[in-house]
Structure formats: C-alpha cells, structure tokens
Design a protein around this ligand. Structure first.
Ligand code: MLT
Length: 389
C-alpha cells in the first residue's frame, strides 16, 4: 500500500493538541500551580435544564419496547430539522426541510464536505483562520490560497478580484479574531462567489454571540447566497454541546447536484446523530431552551467584557469579544505568539492560543476565550494586571 503522503505536508500535530501537550507538561512539573485555561474554545457551563430533561426522557424512551429506536435517518430526524427550520425562520431565512442536515458538529462536516469537490479546485481561506479548513484541504492534496486578514482591514478581508477561487471559507463571527462581517461585506463575497461560480463554505458556529440585529447571523440573509453557499452551524458554543455533539449543515437545493450528493455521501458514510442527542438538541430550540441558553451566552459575554476591559486598562491592543467569545490581542512588548504563550504560562499560569497557530498573519497575536468560569476569568485578569498594568 502507499500512504497518503499529503499528511507529510501537515504540521506534526493539530494546534489544540500541541497546546494541551505543553500545558500537561507544565502541570506535571508544577503540580502546586493553578493553571487557568482560556485556550481552546470549550464551554464550561453545564447543559441547560430544558436539554437535560429532554435527554432523560429520550433515554427512558429507548428503554421501552414501544418507543425504542434503532437506526435513524442519516440526515437527522424531522422533529429536529423542523426545529432548525423554525430557528432560521426567526431570522427571516426560509429553508426547505431537505436542505437541512443534522450532524455531530460543524468540524466534522467542514472536513467531510470536501468529499463533494474535485481535487483541482482552488481553495481560498483568510489568514489567520480556524486550522481545520487548511488541514482538511492539505490532507486531500488541494491547493490553498490565502487572503490577508490584518489590522488594516480589521481582520475582515474582502474579495480580491485578481484571485480566482473555487471554494471559499468564511467564518463570521470569526474564529480566531472575533471580527464580524456586516451585510454589505458579506454581499461582496456572495457576488464574488457568483461571478467565479465558486462555493462559499460559511461557518456560523458563533452566530449566537451576535447581539446587533443588523449583523447577519446566517449567510442566507444575503441575497444570492442560496445560489453559492453552504452553511455549517453547531450547538457546541450555542448550547454547550462540545461534549454532547450536535450541529447542522444547510446545503441549498439551488446548488445544483450538491444537495443530492451530500445525501449520497451521508447515507453512505454516516449513520446519523443518536436519537437521544437529537431530542436534547430539539429542546434548545424551544421557548424554554432559548431562554436558558440566552442566560449562558450572556454569562460568557460578561467574561468577554471583563477580559476586554482589563486589556484596555493594561493598554493591550485587541479586537473581538463583542459579538464573539474570542478576544484577539497583540502580544505585549512585541513578543512572538509562542513566546507570549510560554511567558504567560510561566508567569501567570494562564493558557491562551498563540495567534501564529492560525496562520502567518496571526504571528505576534494571541487569542483568549471567554468560555471559562467567571471566577477563573476574574483571577486570570488579576494576574494580567499584575504583569502588564
Ligand atoms: C477553538 O478553540 O478554536 C474551537 O474550540 C475549536 C473547535 O470548535 O473545534
């Protein structure tokens, strides 16, 4: 056999695995130190009551002959697809049921969707970027071009017409920078994709953090988007499902064969999300569920504000945190990203994510997440003040 040698072109380990390894080494060597993790965007608040009630009920159903379920539909149960459709409707986006696919999360679908595209497509990603977009294309041996996101364009690059792209990745609110496209800016991307006959892979995993009604939460709020965009969303950050696993992907019928191809791909390679989890996910979209998750999102946004206020006090340049759980800061004293990572771990026992891990334009920057507990975030910020104020 011959191995897939494209794997030789990847960094040795996935960004967050490298960080976890470094932190484990540190904690093993310094067992008396309290390390505060504001690195990977993993939630800390528990699932809300509406969700756990629904999970319990579904578990009971699975233990009774008359309500037991085996294989479910690969695309997801209609009850959850209807709930997702209703959620989109509440943002003035109309979807057909067969355009909605339930998955175990956005990360898997963002990688799996590449099964639908030929190898010779040119991929365009902003830099810095969520590493999964680049790594999954590298694994497939596909050419990746980068478009610069930087301080000058407020980390919101617009299309460069001199570049011909076939597959375009956009994440808004952005991971890692927290920047959010407005409708005009997203329209520029939709127009560019339509002109190039390209597809936009739109990652909206952080849409629930948008609190300005004028900012788009879905790319389908933009005219023409159903003719060029696939949208990926997840309940990980919205409702604390990072460990429970459930997301949804929209493949519009307007995208020619892609919708039917995705059905074919999923029915062949995927057996669906567990019934129990889908019932829990359905509860997120009930009135009670929406109320409860709003409280959790507000909690994380408070943390983001605390981080931002502290950085201001310390005169540390930063963006994000307003419509996003991520704060993107320039490393103090011109430190490089990994240098700052080590410095912070060593001197404040605070873990963040080095910007350089998200691409060359991330060098000299650093990402903090607001998904920690309030107490830990406060303590981490006190430690920041001691070092930088
Ligand atoms: C992150 O920290 O960037 C995210 O947690 C990664 C993910 O959602 O897979």
């Amino acid at each position: 056999m011959n191995i897939n040698s494209n794997y030789d072109n990847l960094a040795q380990s996935y960004l967050f695995s490298t960080i976890a390894k470094k932190v484990n080494e540190y904690t093993t060597n310094n067992p008396d130190k309290k390390v505060i993790r504001l690195g990977i965007g993993d939630v800390t608040l528990p699932l809300c009551k509406a969700v756990t009630d629904a999970l319990h009920k579904a578990v009971d159903e699975m233990g009774v002959q008359s309500t037991f379920r085996g294989y479910g539909p690969e695309q997801g149960y209609d009850f959850l697809r209807e709930a997702v459709r209703g959620y989109y409707k509440s943002h003035n986006v109309d979807l057909e049921l067969d355009e909605i696919f339930i998955s175990d999360g956005a990360k898997s679908d963002l990688g799996n969707i590449l099964d639908l595209f030929a190898k010779d497509n040119t991929v365009l990603v902003p830099d810095p970027v969520y590493p999964v977009y680049v790594d999954t294309n590298t694994m497939a041996g596909r050419e990746v071009k980068f478009i610069d996101a930087n301080g000058e364009n407020e980390f919101l690059p617009l299309p460069d017409k001199s570049i011909k792209a076939d597959i375009i990745y956009i994440c808004s609110p952005n991971n890692p920078t927290g920047a959010v496209y407005n409708k005009e800016q997203l329209k520029a991307w939709v127009d560019y994709a339509l002109e190039n006959k390209a597809v936009i892979l739109f990652d909206s995993a952080y849409e629930c953090f948008i609190s300005d009604a004028n900012l788009p939460r879905s790319i389908y709020e933009i005219e023409g988007a159903k003719d060029c965009a696939i949208e990926f969303c997840s309940l990980s950050k919205t409702a604390g499902f990072t460990g429970t696993r459930c997301g949804y992907t929209v493949v519009p019928n307007n995208l020619g064969k892609l919708n039917k191809m995705w059905v074919r791909r999923q029915t062949t390679k995927f057996n669906g999300v567990p019934y129990i989890v889908q019932r829990g996910a359905e509860a997120v979209f009930t009135e009670e569920g929406q109320k409860e998750i709003a409280v959790n999102i507000a909690y994380y946004k408070e943390n983001a504000k605390l981080i931002s206020d502290t950085l201001k006090e310390c005169n540390i340049w930063h963006v994000g945190g307003k419509h996003s759980p991520y704060i993107w800061l320039r490393c103090p004293n011109d430190m490089k990203s990994w240098e700052f990572f080590d410095y912070l771990l060593e001197n404040a026992q605070v873990v963040g994510t080095p910007g350089a891990g998200f691409g060359k334009n991330g060098e000299g920057y650093f990402r903090l997440t607001s998904f920690g507990s309030k107490e830990n975030t406060m303590e981490a910020m006190e430690r920041f003040k001691k070092l930088f104020k």
